[in-house]
Write a protein that binds this ligand. Structure first.
Ligand code: UDP
Length: 320
């Protein structure tokens, strides 16, 4: 098949391009390099079947041509990282909503299937033990910028599902849960690349809050395998599907694990959320996916444990 990846020079996009090429598919990607980087796709440039365009998906002539060429669109272009979101809420809201609107509009003209990458952030402050796709979304007030990300992504989901219901455009909405691996940058706040870099440099490892908040991390290679499978699964169309791992770890434990694995001399430093992000910042204490749906659809199982992820990220940063 011919696949278009928006945000293809980003962390997940570049791994997805690699996976599709390995499976013998043709890849077209578009990226405006706002948070993605050419370095992420440098190794793919000479691969057969690989094509890339540096431009914004808001450029209608370019996007229309690329969508026309392809059989399926993986829409990954979005504002990423909690720090970026808190610092640039206008950019976050506009990038997420306008970008998805443009992709759905073009895809609908030729009824090309669209895989929409959404986020576990949309569950917000839900206190469910694990988050099911049909559960309620509990967001905070509009005065707190963090929630603009969840809210803009929720609008993207509504819009995609509306195209399916009203116009019969095949869409699949994916909620990604803390995806990690080589090439992810810590620049926009992501915890594992930040802790690994800090540990390797023997700098303090910065745990925000009391470190009792937990997350479930998933290897990007497992994620992109699942994305490709779901794009080829008819029963996934019109559905919202969690992708991630349900192996939970507290951020404090994570800091200790990284310190041990890197044999670092770093001390662990606790920083109040108000200093790390902004006054009144609200974090989620837990975020665990219910994986029943994805298991039923594609029988998906992660091949990588948390230690595999950490070792890969540590190797990546050591080699740089
Ligand atoms: N975090 C931290 N130190 C950092 C960066 C992040 O303690 O240097 C925390 C952050 O507050 C959150 C968790 O790690 O509780 C995961 O953060 P990340 O930004 O990676 O993902 P998300 O908040 O979207 O789950």
């Amino acid at each position: 098949m011919k696949a278009l990846i928006t945000g293809g020079a980003g962390f997940i996009g570049s791994h997805l391009a690699e996976e599709l090429l390995e499976q013998g598919h043709e890849v077209y990607l578009i990226d405006d390099l706002s948070t993605g980087s050419i370095e992420n796709i440098e190794h793919l440039k000479n691969r057969k079947g690989f094509n890339y365009t540096i431009d914004t998906i808001l450029n209608p002539s370019i996007t229309a041509e690329l969508v026309d060429k392809c059989d399926v669109v993986f829409h990954l272009a979005a504002a990423v990282g909690v720090m970026l979101i808190v610092e640039s809420p206008v950019r976050t809201i506009e990038t997420n909503i306008k970008g998805t609107e443009a992709i759905l509009l073009h895809a609908n003209k030729k009824k090309k299937k669209v895989i929409i990458a959404s986020t576990s952030e949309v569950y917000g402050k839900s206190d469910q033990k694990s988050f099911r796709e049909d559960g309620d979304l509990i967001l905070g007030p509009t005065t707190k910028s963090r929630w603009s990300y969840a809210c803009s992504k929720a609008i993207d989901e509504f819009l995609a599902l509306a195209y399916w219901k009203e116009k019969n455009l095949p869409v699949v909405v994916i909620r990604l849960f803390n995806i990690v691996g080589p090439r992810q940058t810590g620049r926009y706040g992501m915890v594992i690349p930040r802790f690994v870099k800090q540990a390797l440099l023997n700098h303090p490892i910065t745990v925000f809050g009391d470190g009792k908040q937990s997350r479930c991390f998933s290897h990007v290679k497992d994620t992109v395998r699942a994305l490709v499978k779901l794009s080829r699964t008819d029963e996934a169309v019109g559905e919202v599907i969690n992708i991630g791992s349900d192996d939970e770890i507290s951020i404090e434990e994570l800091a200790k694990r990284i310190k041990t694995l890197t044999k670092s001399k770093s001390k662990i430093q606790y920083i109040p959320y108000s200093d790390a992000y902004e006054e009144g910042f609200e974090d989620m204490m837990r975020r665990v996916p219910d994986l029943g749906k994805i298991k039923k659809l594609i029988g998906h199982k992660s091949k990588h444990s948390l230690d595999d992820i950490l070792k890969d990220v540590i190797e990546y940063y050591k080699s740089r």
